[in-house]
Design a protein around this ligand. Sequence first.
Ligand code: DLL
Length: 440
Amino acid sequence: MSYEIWQPEFECLPREEMQALQLTRLKETLARLCENVPFYRDRLKEAGVSPDSIRTLDDVRRIPFTTKADLRQHYPYGLLSVPLKNVARIHASTGTTGQPTVVAYTRRDLETWADLVARFVVAAGVRPDDLVHIAFSYGLFTGGFGLHYGIERMGAGIIPVAAGNTERQVRILKEMRPTALVCTPSYSLHIAEVMESMGITPEDIALRIGLFGGEFWSESLRREIEIRLGIGATDNYGLSEVIGPGVSGECVVKNGMHLQEDHFLIEHIDPETERPVAPGEVGELVITPLSREAFSVLRYRTRDLCTLIDEPCSCGRTTRRMTKVIGRTDDMLIVRGVNLFPSQVETVLLDMGGAEPHYQIVVGRSGTLDEMEIQVEMPPELFSDEMKELHQFERNLEKRLQGELGVSFKLTLVEPRTLERSMGKAKRVVDLRGEQQKTT
Ligand code: DLL
């Protein structure tokens, strides 16, 4: 089987050449930041690091980490490394908590970004004769414009639908016949759900590929989406602080997302000890962009947890891969001392069969004790059925969740389609503990 590769001269570089390129670019990045960003000039001086003192890639560990808090402190333009007049575009992180973080691009940054997106779009199997339906929001979020220009670069056609009005999305799928769909995985599931309610089947539309990213989704959800939309679904990953979408993406082999290592130096650490994790273990990604002009970060703590895959991929790309993100360090809930990720609930729901993967976890406090409620939509076919079957379903689900989570909780079955659907990233957790503490 032959695989299309957008920039084989970079995506298939022999390991030593890749590392040499990374080292050169790392030194250039340090020099640029020392010269133009007072925050980094001071930080690096304090740490005793100069661009010339970096001799190997491992020397990157002498540089202090950058965190979201550092970016917030310098809101909006404190970390720019070019004058504002040279900035071609501004985006911002989704910022669910507190201040958003602003990121900026020069013309050259936008060119690079388009190529990085083009790479994973091509790797996912999209071709110039495809027509791509983009259902990401276009705006400060990097998803819409990021995918748009990358797809334009690789030559496929685009329907820039943007997020929202799901019935219209479905009509467009049916009438304009796009062959690929771009959105968050949770929104694709909602599109599937609305499609079913409109009596439209996968045979009535022309989709064959889904490119989904921007939030966590499990392998089980992938299977569910693939069946309900009749497509092959691929994952892609990125974050605004380092560029947006385009950090990594799956090829058609679908065994991990290829990291674009010529533009990002990847470290993988234990979030507690901050030391590198052993191969094959779960760790937090720490990313240093190697080519950004307008705005860059050194050793950015992504808080995203995954495993790295070093073995070569049969597609021919030589880059390392990351598995699906299993969660974020700040998504991890600690309920009565037990650590859990919302993703565990999704996996149970989908693996059980018959359940809908729509859920919300509400954590509160009663006195000094944490309390957790898991709200799950009951399957529509059971909703109107006999109570006996519904109770059976409830007991079964409770048992499975209990086995997976290892902490007690209250399971509440809610009516079908009553949990809020998001057009972008789904909100799975409502943690009321901070608020309750403030008021008690
Ligand atoms: O979500 C960039 C993006 C847009 C990536 C569209 C892919 C497609 P932010 O809004 O800054 O940027 O959010 C970044 O989203 O740190 C992860 O926690 C999460 N995330 C992004 N992609 C994935 C993915 C964009 N494929 C944050 N799987 C990141 C799991 C993801 N989590």
